[in-house]
Design a protein around this ligand. Structure first.
Ligand SMILES: [Zn+2]
Length: 241
């Protein structure tokens, strides 16, 4: 039988890392405009009704954290997500992009280290991120509705007619599992950046300041990402002397 979900991965993955996150608060990963819920912002579920954290959201957060870390190490990193400010097109962006480490065989122009992992308009991504899916069956819990109100920052008062409801998971220690797939051409030091970035992600979804979406990564699931001494050494060469 042909399984669509497995087709693109055959022979193209060097490492699949199974990630597990445990929630320490309720989660709000919403999508506006869905039907079948009383909430203005219902929680996202898969076709089987299981709660999930979209892989696109985790990938976006990972990219953002990797950008911060790589810049902190002294690497010139482009400005996603605006394609005009991203590699290989970066007019007017300060930073030294013309260095040997930014060359990718078979692709024109230079591509910063974050683009070499996450891709840009001309370079395919070398990292795939699956949705993180809750292991609990939908019958095992009930979602909660939380009211919220839009605040007017200037007047520091609640706006009229702006009460809304967010759907959240129950505030129990739900486990979410999914995988990261590193493609064969993903640079080895990419693991080091991704591992460090995961250590900077303590919450996902909306309303983090209201205490929603806080989570911890299972340390065992991070073991396959442990980089080598050489990976760390390469990352450390970002700063220009
Ligand atoms: Zn870039």
């Amino acid at each position: 039988m042909i399984r669509l979900a497995e087709l693109p991965l055959q022979g193209r993955t060097t490492a699949s890392v199974s990630l597990t996150a445990t929630l320490s608060s309720a989660l709000s990963v919403g999508s506006g405009g869905s039907s079948g819920s009383l909430a203005d912002k219902p929680i996202v579920k898969d076709a089987f009704g299981r709660l999930l954290i979209p892989g696109s959201q985790l990938k976006g957060r990972l990219r953002h954290e990797c950008e911060k870390l790589a810049r902190g190490l002294g690497w010139a990193i482009c400005q996603s997500p605006d394609p005009n400010l991203m590699c290989p097109k970066r007019e007017g962006i300060p930073g030294r992009f013309e260095r040997e480490e930014y060359r990718v065989a078979g692709y024109e122009g230079s591509h910063c280290w974050v683009c070499q992992i996450f891709g840009n308009p001309t370079l395919p991504s070398r990292l795939w991120v699956d949705d993180l899916v809750c292991d609990l069956s939908p019958e095992g819990y009930e979602e909660a509705l939380r009211p919220g109100v839009t605040l007017n920052r200037r007047r520091q008062t609640a706006e009229d007619q702006r009460l809304y409801f967010i759907e959240t998971s129950p505030a129990t220690a739900l486990k979410f599992t999914g995988s990261l797939h590193l493609l064969p051409d993903c640079p080895s030091w990419g693991k080091a950046l991704i591992l460090a970035a995961l250590h900077h992600i303590h919450a996902l979804g909306g309303s983090k300041s209201a205490g929603l979406g806080w989570l911890t990564w299972d340390p065992q699931s991070l073991v396959p990402l442990q980089p080598t001494e050489q990976d760390w050494a390469q990352l450390g060469q970002g700063g220009w002397v």
